[in-house]
Design a protein. Structure first.
Length: 513
């Protein structure tokens, strides 16, 4: 079998779930608290919900899923796919104001939502004339209703690779949230591409999902990953450090899918103990850049390696990863997945390819890329040029083909005519023993054009003055990279998916000029 055929052998993730139920029907598939489903029960529930959607004419339409982390969320997303509808995962914490433009853009046929979000969702459903509504909650209905229905069968045929699978809205931190159209084949192929660098042990993994399932990182690295592995997805409905430690121990977790914010919070929690990680084989890090010092601290504390990767919604989402077997380079997001090309081009025009060690915009080509942005032809043309996705991220490649992400293109600062990448300054701050978290932004400056401002949260019990942190940076960085000001804060603001909210920090910095 050729490489291409191997990585594209599943037309959709529904095919993966169907195969898991056929080959390992009694393997535990989903665990959320005391609630459990094996793969046969999982498939029955997906089949039952898919047939209900099909009867309502959902094929070819869009179905929003506004649910927190739960077994119902997994069933709803797979059910929409199996019904030949496009799943639209939305953040359940969004306000009515934040959800309205997404509802308007998606032109939804149906919406699945949790009971606690009913007031917001139903008001919008009324406004946009969405007739088909699934209110989920113990006092209403559950999508696990078909678990014992032996007659429940997936609608035939299963989805085709060239049909739309997911409408994934981007975070919208730099402007309007864009709807990324992902095809079934692209999503399924990306799972196998990732598997080539991060092989799972079929039927013998237990992955703890703390990240929100509406986010593309959790969908790819948790939900679809475990369906392919015919293994167990352990879902944490609400994050607390105590709940993570308890789940790690009780569920014998082998894979932890985290982010820099999660790692920092857990490491600094008084209940942290290495014993909770006794069965851990590996951690994944995604969603945001992982500081090298934090990577080392986490690996030392847990005894298991951290594999950092890179991706974005438009790229299906995974582009590169540090491999399980092979060289792992701290500070790097690894090598390109199979069938994936990564190049660096000049950030100004995007037309000139750069050499080894030169910083520029990261561009990507591969079968996992989005089809387009929904309803945004101009933005699609800007992002997809001659088959290459222009990511908007600044990075460089080393001689071994390892990718280093330096910053977002729009976050790069220009200080006295010099380019300054905030992540480089952040890495310097993280090397100070008193620093728990750091974020660097550019602020307008009448003399230098822009100046560097750092926001720092100290580790519990640690002490350091802003002046001492500036001096620490001065010892490691060129003068123009040193923060003009360091601001100590109790905690850095976060987005709903746990990333440091630099948009809010930039607004705050400009207001404090």
């Amino acid at each position: 079998m050729s490489e291409t055929n191997d990585y594209t052998r599943y037309p959709s993730v529904v095919h993966m779930l169907d195969e898991a139920a056929r080959l390992t029907p009694r393997t535990e598939a989903l665990a959320c608290g005391e609630e459990r489903l094996d793969y046969e029960e999982y498939r029955r529930c997906v089949a039952g919900f898919a047939r209900e959607l099909t009867a309502l004419g959902a094929a070819g339409e869009r179905v929003a899923v506004v649910l927190g982390n739960s077994i119902d969320t997994c069933i709803a997303l797979f059910g929409a796919h199996a019904a030949h509808a496009q799943a639209v995962p939305l953040n359940p914490l969004y306000t009515e104001h934040e959800l309205r433009p997404l509802f308007a853009d998606a032109q939804l046929h149906a919406v699945v939502y949790a009971n606690e979000h009913a007031q917001r969702v139903e008001a919008l459903a009324d406004e946009f004339g969405i007739a088909h509504r699934f209110r989920i909650g113990d006092a209403h209905r559950r999508l696990t209703a078909w678990r014992d229905d032996a007659a429940a069968a997936l609608p035939a045929p299963l989805p085709r690779a060239d049909r739309l699978a997911t409408l994934q809205y981007t975070g919208g931190t730099t402007g309007r949230s864009k709807g990324v159209n992902l095809l079934h084949g692209a999503v399924a192929t990306n799972v196998l591409q990732r598997e080539a660098l991060l092989p799972t042990q079929r039927g013998d993994e237990r992955l703890l999902c703390v990240m929100p399932l509406f986010h593309v990182y959790a969908a790819s690295m948790c939900l679809h990953n475990m369906a392919h592995a015919r293994a167990t997805l352990v879902i944490l409905p609400r994050y607390t450090p105590e709940a993570v430690f308890e789940a790690l121990s009780r569920e014998r977790i082998t894979i932890f899918a985290g982010s820099p914010t999660l790692f920092t919070g857990l490491l600094n929690h008084p209940a942290f103990s290495r014993e909770a990680f006794a069965t851990l084989r590996v951690s994944y890090s995604g969603s945001a850049a992982l500081p090298e010092e934090l990577l080392r601290r986490w690996e030392k504390a847990t005894g298991a390696p951290v594999l950092e990767g890179y991706g974005q919604s438009e790229a299906g989402p995974v582009v590169s990863f540090n491999p399980v077997h092979g060289v792992r380079k701290p500070g790097s997001v690894g090598v390109a997945l199979p069938l994936t090309e990564v190049q660096i081009v000049d950030a100004d025009t995007g037309s000139r390819m750069l050499g080894i060690g030169e910083k520029g915009e990261i561009v990507v080509r591969g079968p996992q890329l989005m089809r387009d942005y929904r309803n945004l032809p101009a933005a699609t043309a800007e992002a997809l040029r001659d088959g290459w996705l222009h990511t908007g991220d600044i990075g460089e490649l080393d001689a071994d083909g390892y990718l280093y992400v330096r910053d977002r293109k729009k976050e790069m600062a220009k200080v006295s005519g010099y380019n300054v990448f905030p992540r480089e300054v952040e890495e310097s701050l993280y090397r100070h023993p008193a620093v728990a978290e750091a974020a660097v932004v550019a602020v307008p400056d009448d003399y230098r054009g822009e100046a560097i401002r750092a926001y720092v949260a100290l580790a519990p019990g640690a002490s350091a003055t802003p002046e001492a942190l500036v001096e620490h940076c001065r010892e490691q960085l060129a003068p123009y990279k040193v923060p003009a000001r360091v601001v100590l804060v109790d905690a850095l603001p976060k987005t709903v998916v746990g990333k440091i909210d630099k948009l809010r920090l930039r607004e705050q910095a400009r207001a404090q000029r």
